[in-house]
Each structure stands twice: as C-alpha cells, then as structure tokens.
Design a protein around this ligand. Structure first.
Ligand code: OMP
Length: 237
C-alpha cells in the first residue's frame, strides 16, 4: 500500500497547477497528470513536475490498435514517468503491445508501472449494461478485465474500491488496485458513481487511491489532502 494519495492535477494550465502546488512547499507528492493538463501543455508539464521531485502517474488511458499503442508507450516511457495506463477494453493484444513499448522505451532500465482501466468509476452497472451491451454484473466485467490485464503483463488495474477485494483474491495482493472515485462522507459525488472514502479504500485492499476535486476544489487544499492522507493511513476516522 502506498502512503501518499495520488492527487489528480486536473487543471488546464501550468500556471494553475503551480499555484495549486505552491502551498505544499517542499512536500513530495504523487501526482496524476491527465488528459486536461497534458493535452493542452505537453511534455513540458512532466519536466516541471520532475524538477519538483514529485512522482507522476501519466493518465492518458490509451486505447488504439496494438502498434499505435506500442509506439506511443515507447515515447511515454522515455519521459521517465512512474505510472501509465491503457483501457483494458482495447484487448489483450493491445495491452501486451503497451507493455512491449514500455520495456523498449524504459529509461535507465526502469519502466513505468502499467495499469489497465477496467470500468470507469463514473460508470454505473445500469449504464454499463445499456451503453456497452454487457449483460453480466459490473463486478464480473471488472474482474474479467483484471484477469485479462494480468495475462497481458500489466502490473495492475484502475478500478473502484468496491471491486478491490475480489481482484485481490483473483489476481493476488501484489497486483495493483489503483482506485479513483474517492469521496469524503460529507462531500459531493460529482460525476462519480462507484465511490468510497479513503478509510474504506484501505480496508478493502486498494493499493493506491486517486483523489481530485475533494482536494483541488477544497477551501484549504493542503488541509484536505492531509485529512485524506490520515484517513487512508488509518490515523483518522
Ligand atoms: O484512470 C483514472 O485515473 C481514472 C479512472 C476511473 O475509472 N475514474 C477516474 O475518476 N479516473 C481519474 O481519477 C480522477 C478522479 O478525480 P475526482 O473525481 O475529481 O476525484 C480524474 O482525474 C479521473 O480522470
């Protein structure tokens, strides 16, 4: 279990990202750069965050034909980020290709951790069945994707806290269960459907939690981050 919650830096510009990070002073963080920030600013963002010694999950959720994903992953590995992801729905061949790309592009022999997104935490069982024409229960779909991700050589999955324990049983404790959809009991759920608080995440076997708006939109983001971290670490109720 990672001690640091991953903070989703869902901002449009470096200026806003820097302003958010400033009150954290010298604290070393684990941050997530997603589509919003990366696609508008590019690799420059990664360089800046690395200079600040933060660990980086580059969340671009690749989903394309195997060769395209392999070549893209080669480039992402060369950026020296710590973790990347693909959509498991791209299939076993695509996930294998992602892993090959990372192995080939790895910097100093250290490749990023590879995760596969199962069912997005914003997806309810009802929406999955209707939009994707999947008739099995959502947990079964998530578990199926987790097994396929393991078979393809991924290090773990992105799932909700609600599926972490069944994945643990099927794929082992060391297989990463990275869980977004983290909400505090008194907060808003926003567009998330499968949510849990940091304390529940720890009990259910998440390896890492990803938290965005409950921290980034809080009146006092540093205090909110430390509250989340204490709940996650079991130092608060
Ligand atoms: O891959 C992800 O990081 C991800 C997968 C998923 O199923 N659900 C999910 O919310 N995320 C990301 O996790 C973050 C959650 O942010 P908040 O909902 O603001 O806490 C966002 O940056 C999402 O892009």
């Amino acid at each position: 279990m990672e001690k640091e919650p991953i903070i989703a830096l869902d901002f449009p510009s470096w200026e806003q990202t820097e302003a958010f990070l400033k009150p954290f002073k010298q604290e070393q963080l684990y941050v997530k750069v997603g589509m919003e920030l990366y696609l508008q600013n590019g690799p420059f963002i990664i360089e800046r965050l690395k200079e600040m010694n933060h660990r980086i999950f580059l969340d671009l959720k690749l989903h394309d034909i195997p060769n395209t994903v392999k070549q893209a992953m080669k480039g992402l590995a060369a950026l020296g980020v710590d973790m990347v992801n693909v959509h498991a729905a791209g299939g076993v061949q695509m996930m294998k290709a992602a892993r090959e790309g990372l192995d080939e592009g790895a910097k100093d022999g250290k490749r990023p951790v590879l995760l596969a997104v199962t069912q997005l935490t914003s997806t309810s069982e009802e929406a999955m069945q209707e939009d994707q024409l999947i008739s099995v229960p959502l947990q079964e779909s998530v578990l199926h994707y987790a097994k396929k991700a393991k078979e393809a050589g991924c290090d773990g999955v992105v799932c909700s806290v609600l599926e972490a324990s069944i994945i643990c049983e099927a794929c082992g404790e060391d297989f990463y269960k990275v869980t977004p959809g983290i909400r505090l009991k008194d907060g808003s759920t926003d567009d998330q459907q499968r949510i849990a608080d940091p304390h529940e995440a720890r009990k259910m076997g998440s390896t890492m939690i990803v938290v965005g708006r409950p921290v980034t939109k809080a009146d006092d983001p540093v205090a909110s981050y430390h509250h989340v971290k204490a709940l996650w670490g079991g130092q608060a109720q």
